[in-house]
Design a binder for this molecule. Structure first.
Ligand code: PGA
Length: 248
């Protein structure tokens, strides 16, 4: 199975940053049609077009958006980006339910967002916070979040989950490799139980939270890990390129 290596740039960007970033990345990335990997960039929406132009000649490298907004009850939303607009920008992927945006959303809107994604592949984020971890509620929390996706499942939806423990994001801490492996295994098992038509190989589970050049290799080689979602370390062209060039 191919590995997915995704860069979540959050709200960090400028035109100059992108130009410098891709002049390094394009010159140093080792990827070809035989590579069993896919690299995905998630820039801020304002820079989607520039990123798409910067990577256009490289196969196996795609881009997407970090969220989408819905017009609940047909109201308008100043500053929002709708699925139609993001599809118009040819986004291949959309991140839904990242912990940094989840707090402002109700379950209802997450489900409505999922149902709008007929053309973009969803990367659905789940993960426990530190209190839930201390109280051994990790799987309970993750399963309840997975239910949001499962209840909105439609035919041909690709299932890509990012397991991102909230306490690991930007903290420099990560779960042990064995914890990551067990949690990913439980995520796959739970989805298959609830959606028996899905095969294990159809479920992609990425790990996210303080992934760096130093730990990416061992995380990527851990059982049940199908890729990584990288935040801070993806902002450094050299470091992210090294992560992308890891051989499996
Ligand atoms: P981090 O962020 O790699 O900086 O911890 C990951 C994320 O929030 O997706």
């Amino acid at each position: 199975m191919k590995k997915v290596i995704a860069a979540n740039w959050k709200n960090n960007c400028s035109k100059d940053f992108i130009n410098k970033y891709f002049s390094f990345f394009n010159a140093n990335i080792k990827i070809n049609q035989k590579s069993k990997k896919e690299i995905i960039f998630f820039p801020p929406d304002l820079y989607l077009d520039l990123v798409s132009q910067s990577i256009k000649d490289l196969s196996g490298i795609n881009y997407g958006c970090q969220n989408l907004n819905i017009n609940e009850n047909n109201t308008t939303l100043t500053g929002g980006s709708t699925s139609a607009m993001l599809e118009d920008m040819n986004c291949d992927y959309v991140i839904i339910g990242h912990s940094e945006t989840r707090e402002n959303e109700f379950n209802k809107s997450l489900k409505s967002k999922i149902l709008l994604c007929k053309k973009m592949n969803i990367i659905f984020c789940v993960g426990e916070n530190s209190l839930e971890r201390q109280n051994n509620q990790t799987l309970k929390k993750i399963f309840s979040q997975l239910d949001e996706l499962i209840e909105s499942y439609f035919d041909n939806m690709s299932i890509i989950i990012a397991y991102e423990p909230v306490w690991a994001i930007g903290s420099g801490e990560t779960p042990t490799l064995s914890n990551i492996s067990q949690t990913h295994k439980s995520i796959k098992k739970y989805i298959i139980q609830k959606l028996p038509s899905i095969k294990e190989n159809d479920i992609i589970v990425l790990y996210g939270g303080s992934v760096t050049e130093k730990n990416a290799g061992s995380i990527l080689k851990t059982d049940f890990v199908d890729g990584v979602l990288v935040g801070g370390a993806s902002l450094m062209a050299e470091e992210f390129t090294k992560i992308c060039n890891i051989e499996f």
